[in-house]
Design a protein around this ligand. Structure first.
Ligand code: HEC
Ligand code: HEC
Length: 158
């Protein structure tokens, strides 16, 4: 390869970025500190349920979700295209990492392997109890879910 000298900084930057991506943990883990918020995301994605923090799903999942807002788990969550694009950009920029080899990114946080692993102690019947209703109802047990925090010591199972 014959790279002009003035391009060297760019080449170094790209290489460093690729290396960082390759060595980062390969899971979308939910344990890190709350990611930055975005007013449009908070408003549009926090009206029917909590605004699920972007780190809880990989970028591919958010892209799939944002492409299908017209039929969003049986609800119409469609948005004006520009607003949807801005929210998608925020979600993708702050997304969790996907597991290597995952070809179809899940649409649900509750279907990811890390979610199942973290919640294997919750009995199946418990998820459907009236006080919870759905595993997607994070706030039923995670008392600080509204602000994107899922720490163990904040859990209270109803
Ligand atoms: C009109 C109401 C509504 C709006 C607005 C809405 N959602 Fe949802 N969303 C739902 C419903 C209903 C479900 C299914 C909940 C369940 O299974 O209990 C859901 C589920 C989800 C799930 C899967 C949760 C899981 O792990 O099971 C994600 C992720 C999600 N929504 C993201 C978004 C994003 C991102 C936005 C904003 C662009 C958004 N939602 C806006 C109604 C809405
Ligand atoms: C039925 C109650 C319940 C619901 C609903 C629930 N969780 Fe949990 N969650 C738990 C329990 C119990 C644990 C395990 C805590 C432990 O390891 O001691 C847990 C663990 C976690 C952890 C790991 C916390 C840590 O510090 O290790 C994360 C992240 C998490 N949940 C996110 C979510 C998200 C996101 C949702 C909604 C999509 C959700 N949970 C819904 C009960 C619940």
């Amino acid at each position: 390869m014959n790279i002009p000298v003035r391009m060297y900084p760019l080449v170094i930057l790209v290489t460093a970025t690729l290396l960082a991506a390759a060595t980062a943990p390969a899971v979308a883990d939910g344990k890190r500190k709350p990611s930055p918020a975005d007013p449009a995301w908070q408003e549009e994605c926090g009206s029917c349920h909590i605004a699920y923090p972007p780190r809880l799903l990989p970028a591919g999942s958010w892209q799939r979700l944002m492409q299908g807002l017209g039929d969003h788990f049986g609800s119409d969550a469609s948005l004006e295209p520009q607003r949807a694009a801005a929210i998608e950009a925020f979600l993708v920029a702050n997304a969790g990492r996907s597991k290597d080899g995952v070809t179809a990114p899940p649409l649900r946080i509750t279907e990811t392997p890390w979610f199942r692993g973290e919640h294997d102690e919750v009995a199946t019947a418990k998820w459907r109890s009236p006080a919870i209703g759905s595993p997607a109802n994070c706030g039923a047990c995670h008392t600080q879910a509204e602000r994107g925090s899922f720490d163990e010591d904040e859990i209270r199972i109803p």
